[in-house]
Ligand binder design. Structure first.
Ligand code: HGY
Ligand code: MN
Ligand code: MN
Length: 412
């Protein structure tokens, strides 16, 4: 039996091809969930799965996976991630994990290696949650953590579309029921999207878990009025309330200290004119922490600050929860296997939590799940300049292959 090895040219060629789909002027990609670009990426993924001889399955929320049979029947060892991106996406967030899964299968096919257990390579719908919240939506439905009907009824955060309509429009509402398959194990290769591995000069992250995530949308309603004639005492300025909520979010992160983070990603004023006191403001706040109690405390402090600011300005406030996931711990034995596989390849490795959400966290309650990280240049992600060196991409894919072979049982 010849040892299978990751082909860098094949892996890079697929990553380059995906970089052409939804390509942005000046680099990066935009493949927002269920957009035409997402459909094009899905079509390409299905074509690759079929070319590798895998049986393609598509479930009711559009998750796609290809099955490579094992000598035995039963649940597969699943490798997955996502090919949808944020609007200013890089070439590797999510896409690396799916392309590495394809490359892993091609390496096994080339070496004519069969495995005891089946292997599945998956791309999950709407991991980003940027167009339709929450994030990790497809994997959440796949693993029974999110309700299909509720997700299909989700309206885009800009109000422009309904998820179910878009899923039907791109033709990816499949036949496989939700929550109908739990893998034997789940593994995901992903760029770190943070600065740690690069700063420490470490090649591989053996990811121990994912921090808790809380997304809230605030809508503040005041009164539009003339910027010049309206005395300050008579204003009900929705914009000022939004600004105070944004500052409160930053103060919460500063007072709590690391790993607490807080982000205002969306901030819209209506009518948004230079000489009109804003009648309405809409903003989103993303809070994250590794500890549930601290995350809950930060959420409570944010809500209190928002209510106080709105009341002081005579504005109405509504809050809508867009996403809420508690912290997740990955399977310690699987994390150990990742660390051991990296060391066996003489790669430096460190254990670390994930600051970003990932599809793997939806599998963790139901089967052994864990992740492999590779360094992000400058810690950049959700940015068109996202980059990871080829040698790091290949090293991560090789570690993934070694762990999957170990789990699936290589047979000559
Ligand atoms: O928001 C996240 O952490 C992920 O990129 N969906
Ligand atoms: Mn991702
Ligand atoms: Mn992302």
């Amino acid at each position: 039996m010849t040892a299978p090895s990751i082909s860098s040219p094949r892996l890079m060629a697929r990553l380059r091809r995906m970089g052409e789909i939804g390509a942005l002027e000046g680099g990066g990609v935009c493949r927002l969930a269920l957009s035409d670009a997402d459909r094009e990426g899905r079509d390409q993924f299905v074509a690759w799965l079929e070319a590798l001889g895998l049986t393609v399955q598509i479930d009711v929320i559009g998750n796609i996976w290809g099955l490579r049979p094992g000598l035995e029947e039963g649940p597969p060892v699943m490798i997955g991630s996502h090919i949808d991106t944020v609007a200013t996406g890089g070439l590797y967030d999510g896409t690396l994990g799916v392309m590495a899964g394809l490359e892993l299968v091609e390496a096994l096919n080339t070496a004519q290696i069969q495995t005891r257990h089946p292997i599945a390579v998956a791309a999950f719908t709407n991991e980003e949650g940027a167009r339709f919240a929450p994030d990790m939506m497809g994997s959440g439905v796949h693993q029974g953590a999110l309700d299909l009907a509720e997700m299909r009824a989700t309206r885009a955060t800009d109000g422009s579309a309904v998820l179910g309509d878009e899923l039907d429009r791109i033709g990816y509402a499949g036949p496989v029921p939700a929550a109908s398959m739990t893998p034997r194990a789940y593994l995901e290769l992903h760029v770190e999207q943070g600065p740690v591995l690069e700063a420490e000069g470490v090649a591989i992250g053996a990811v121990t878990g994912v921090q808790g995530i809380s997304w809230t949308e605030f809508t503040i309603t005041g009164q539009s009025n003339h910027a010049g004639t309206t005395p300050m005492s008579m204003r009900r300025d929705a914009g000022v309330v939004a600004a105070e909520i944004a500052i409160a979010a930053r103060r919460i992160a500063e007072d709590a200290g690391p790993p607490q983070v807080a982000t205002v990603g969306v901030l819209e004023l209506t009518p948004g004119l230079v000489n009109v006191v804003p009648a309405e403001a809409r903003l989103t706040v993303d809070l994250r922490h590794t500890e549930e109690a601290q995350l809950a405390a930060s959420e409570a402090r944010l809500m209190a600050a928002a209510e106080a600011a709105a009341e002081a300005e005579g504005c109405a406030l509504t809050a809508r929860r867009l996403a809420r996931f508690g912290p997740v711990t990955f399977d310690p034995a699987l994390v150990d296997r990742i660390a051991a596989a990296a060391k066996a390849r003489h790669l430096t490795v460190r254990r670390m939590p994930s600051g970003a959400g990932h599809d793997a966290q939806m599998f963790a309650p139901n089967c052994p799940a864990a992740m492999v990280f590779v360094p992000s240049a400058g810690g950049l992600s959700h940015n068109i300049h996202e980059h990871t060196d080829e040698a790091d991409l290949v090293a991560g894919a090789q570690v993934l292959l070694d762990v999957v072979l170990n789990l699936a049982g290589a047979v000559a």
